[in-house]
Design a protein around this ligand. Structure first.
Ligand SMILES: NC(=O)c1ccc[n+]([C@@H]2O[C@H](COP(=O)([O-])OP(=O)(O)OC[C@H]3O[C@@H](n4cnc5c(N)ncnc54)[C@H](OP(=O)(O)O)[C@@H]3O)[C@@H](O)[C@H]2O)c1
Length: 232
């Protein structure tokens, strides 16, 4: 079996980093993509230490030119095909609707939803060349129910679920699977600057979410949606 060729957006920290290391433990070739190159370089060193091969590809998922350049670098690294695309880059904020300005709204939709569209569109040819290719979209429990102060976040994540449900139908004939993962609260830096009384100790660990993402890549064709609930 050839080593899996994996592209993970938001791979510099948090869930994306943990997923990168999970694939690396199986000897995968993993491209981590995000804006902060220092974090990507650190993850690449960890990927290599875990037994994989890594590439840092700086990418802003909201900038099509940046996505094009990074996916091109990713395919140079993998030799062309991509087997696993993890659309994980995301931002989160809690803003009551009456205070929700256009800028904050657009940022959430642009990163969490349009970003996944850009990266998927640019990666499609490489995925079609992959072995049992799969697109794994990291949504959220907020893709299934509303939370106060989350109009933009919920809209982006419900949107990502809808994107995946329709994309699955469009790509079925090409043999590209689409799986949506719905993590509950997970202890990462995403909460660092967000107001709220977050009980981070009771949340999922990034390793628990990474295991589900890893499992999604190996799952049967019937698997389309996977929850990751924090322990009760
Ligand atoms: N933590 C949770 O409780 C939770 C629960 C459900 C779902 N999720 C989802 O899981 C995903 C990962 O979240 P996390 O908790 O691991 O957050 P995190 O620790 O803040 O990591 C987010 C990652 O996304 C990248 N990113 C943000 N904006 C980007 C952009 N414009 N272009 C490229 N990369 C960008 C960040 O890198 P740069 O800033 O360097 O670009 C970082 O690598 C997100 O989609 C989030 O919505 C998280």
């Amino acid at each position: 079996m050839t080593a899996k060729r994996v592209l993970i957006t938001g791979g510099g920290r948090g869930i994306g980093r943990a997923a990168a290391l999970r694939f690396a433990r199986e000897g995968a070739h993993v491209v981590v993509a995000a804006r902060t190159s220092g974090e990507l370089d650190e993850v690449v060193a960890e990927i290599e230490a875990a037994g994989g091969k890594g590439l840092a590809a700086q990418m802003n998922v909201t900038d099509l030119g940046s996505v094009e350049a990074a996916v091109w670098r990713a395919t140079e690294f993998t030799g062309g095909p991509i087997d696993v695309l993890v659309n994980n880059a995301g931002v989160f904020d809690v803003i009551p609707f009456e205070k929700m300005g256009h800028k904050a709204w657009s940022k959430m939709i642009d990163v969490n939803l349009t970003g996944a569209y850009y990266v998927t569109q640019e990666s499609l040819n490489a995925l079609e060349e992959g072995e049992r290719p799969v697109i794994i979209n990291v949504a959220s429990g907020a893709a299934k129910r509303g939370f106060p102060g989350n109009t933009a976040y919920c809209a982006s994540k419900y949107g990502l679920k809808g994107f995946g449900d329709a994309l699955r139908l469009d790509l079925a004939e090409k043999g590209v699977r689409v799986v949506t993962v719905y993590p509950g609260g997970t202890d990462t830096t995403i909460f660092d600057d967000v107001e709220g009384d977050w009980d981070r100790a009771s949340m999922n660990t990034v390793e628990e979410v990474a295991e589900v993402i890893f499992g999604a890549a190996a799952a049967g064709d019937e698997v389309t949606d996977l929850d990751v609930a924090p322990p009760a």
